[in-house]
Design a protein around this ligand. Structure first.
Ligand code: NAD
Length: 483
């Protein structure tokens, strides 16, 4: 049978030890892979390559499209770009998949039956990194959620559930507050969910959902969420399962995929044959499933569970009374190898779906473009930097910038309406949103907006940004009630 080429980076700190242990287990389990080694991380950064990865390494990735990556050390000091962010964005790795399962009593946890998978959107949200300081006092980070980006991640979550015999997909969002961004995430979840009648679906507002997950994680199966929420809650889930050190993660794109441990390079433990290779091994197990070798994945996973069940533990999970042997990295790997072909007796063995088809990339290439039939410009939010404190004073100045086409309708400060009426207790900063609206039923032009801006400029007011207010097929594309 032909071997699947994969690109492997041993990384920094404990990286080389845990990678050697992982590759040895894969080899002995009969993984049909041909590793190609590349160098990434500290030494590459220190050679002056700001991304931590050489061009020649990209060539290997272009050939193999599968990346098994050990953790790296990002040198202290400025100027170094996060290799993870670069890889995710460059290779279009839109889905981050983190399974979190409890292994009580072998790995200590307050929960018994947790077995959930977090599917986190990996490319959008506040992680676009578009930030501005707009006034002396106010800093802004743009949260961008696109319909095609959302469709990809939601569909991936449902496809993952089907391929992995999961029963339920839960969506976490905050659409009671962010009605447009989180609103579209929830809406697309409902739309795409209809295509998967065999999967149970539910939506939780993220705050109470997160509380429920921390308290009763066994109530969840697959949970899909936006980037920032997923970043935070996937660490919470890994931690309450017992140890961040055991969790692996897959970063999946249409053309490429990257697999890793979620922990870092633990430099203080490096070179001592102490580190637990389980996080990286769990990433590698996800890789085996991805490249169509679920048989090997199952064999490795069950041998790993049996090793833990037999009490063969590295220092980080060692417990008096439960553990039988404290072993180093290499000995742990040899213990797993010895158990290849065996299954755990007390923990539930894993079963991977041998019939699962490889990921259908075409499902994710088609971005839905459903342009509105009618997009009408009905006003503009003009943000003004103004150091005064009395909204009525600003209102008088700004009102004069109105024209026949566009009239000042309200001023808000950090989302709270302060003009034409205000509450003296409302705290105001130096960042004011002046909303100009067209008369009901009419539309305006860009030129008419420029006329308003011209009048504000003539008054010496510092407009720091504009947001156009559109109706899409008669539905407002902006939050209406401010305050
Ligand atoms: P870390 O995850 O490396 O270590 C945190 C703690 O966990 C340490 O006490 C360490 O001893 C322990 N630990 C981690 N992995 C372990 C393992 N496999 N076995 C046993 N114990 C383990 O986090 P940190 O100390 O904050 O970061 C160290 C370096 O790793 C930094 O340079 C950071 O930038 C980098 N980092 C890299 C990645 C990555 O490459 N994906 C992720 C996170 C951090």
């Amino acid at each position: 049978m032909s071997l699947v080429p994969i690109t492997v980076a041993k990384g920094d700190g404990i990286g080389p030890e845990i990678m050697d242990a992982t590759l040895l287990i894969l080899e002995k389990a009969g993984a049909r892979i041909a590793p190609e080694f590349i160098e990434i991380g500290e030494q590459v950064y220190l050679r002056g390559i700001a991304t931590g990865i050489e061009d020649s390494a990209w060539k290997s990735l272009e050939r193999t499209r599968v990346f098994l990556k050990a953790p790296i050390t990002t040198p202290q000091g400025g100027g170094y770009k996060s290799l993870n962010v670069t890889t995710r964005k460059t290779l279009g790795l839109f889905a981050n998949v983190r399974p979190c399962r409890t292994l009580v009593p072998y790995v200590r946890s307050k929960h018994n039956n947790m077995d959930l998978v977090i599917v986190r959107e990996n490319e959008e949200d506040t992680y676009a990194g578009i930030e501005h300081r707009q006034t002396d006092e106010v800093y802004q980070c743009l949260k961008l959620i696109s319909r095609p980006g959302t469709e990809k991640i939601i569909r991936y979550a449902f496809e993952y559930a089907v391929a992995n015999n999961r029963k339920k997909v839960t969506c976490f969002s905050k659409d009671n507050i962010m009605k447009m961004t989180d609103g579209i995430f929830h809406k697309v979840f409902d739309e795409i969910g209809e295509e998967y009648p065999s999967i149970e679906k539910e939506h939780w507002i993220i705050d109470i959902g997160a509380a429920k997950m921390a308290d009763t994680p066994e109530a969840f199966d697959v949970i899909v969420m936006e980037n920032l929420y997923g970043d935070i809650l996937s660490d919470v889930a890994a931690q309450i399962a017992g140890s961040v050190g055991l969790a692996g993660s897959a970063n999946i794109g249409v053309d490429y995929a990257m697999f890793e441990a979620i922990h870092g390079s633990a430099p203080r433990r490096a070179g001592q044959n102490m580190a637990n290779p389980s996080g990286l091994l769990n990433g590698a197990i996800q890789m085996l499933v991805h490249i169509g070798q679920p048989d090997v994945a199952e064999k490795v996973h069950n041998a790993w569970l049996k090793t833990l069940e037999d009490g063969v533990h590295t220092y980080d999970i060692f417990q008096e009374g439960i553990s039988t042997q404290k072993v180093g990295t290499r000995e742990f790997a040899l213990a797993v190898i010895e158990r290849l072909g065996q299954e755990p007796q007390k923990l539930t063995p894993v079963r991977y779906n041998k019939e699962a088809k490889p990921m259908n990339s075409e499902l994710y290439r088609m971005a839905t473009r459903k342009p509105a039939q009618k997009k009408e410009l009905v006003g503009v939010d003009i943000f003004v930097g103004w150091a005064g404190h009395n909204p009525a004073e600003l209102g008088e100045k700004v009102k004069g910038a109105g024209t026949d086409a566009l009239k000042l309708s309200l001023i808000s400060n950090r989302g709270t309406r302060v003009w034409p009426t205000s509450n003296p207790s409302t705290f105001c900063t130096d960042h004011w949103n002046c909303r100009f609206l067209a008369a009901s039923g009419t539309v305006v032009t860009h030129k008419q907006i420029l006329e308003v801006l011209g009048k504000l400029e003539a008054q010496g007011l510092d407009f720091i940004k504009t947001e156009h207010l559109y109706n899409f097929d008669g539905v407002a594309g902006f939050s209406k009630d401010q305050g």
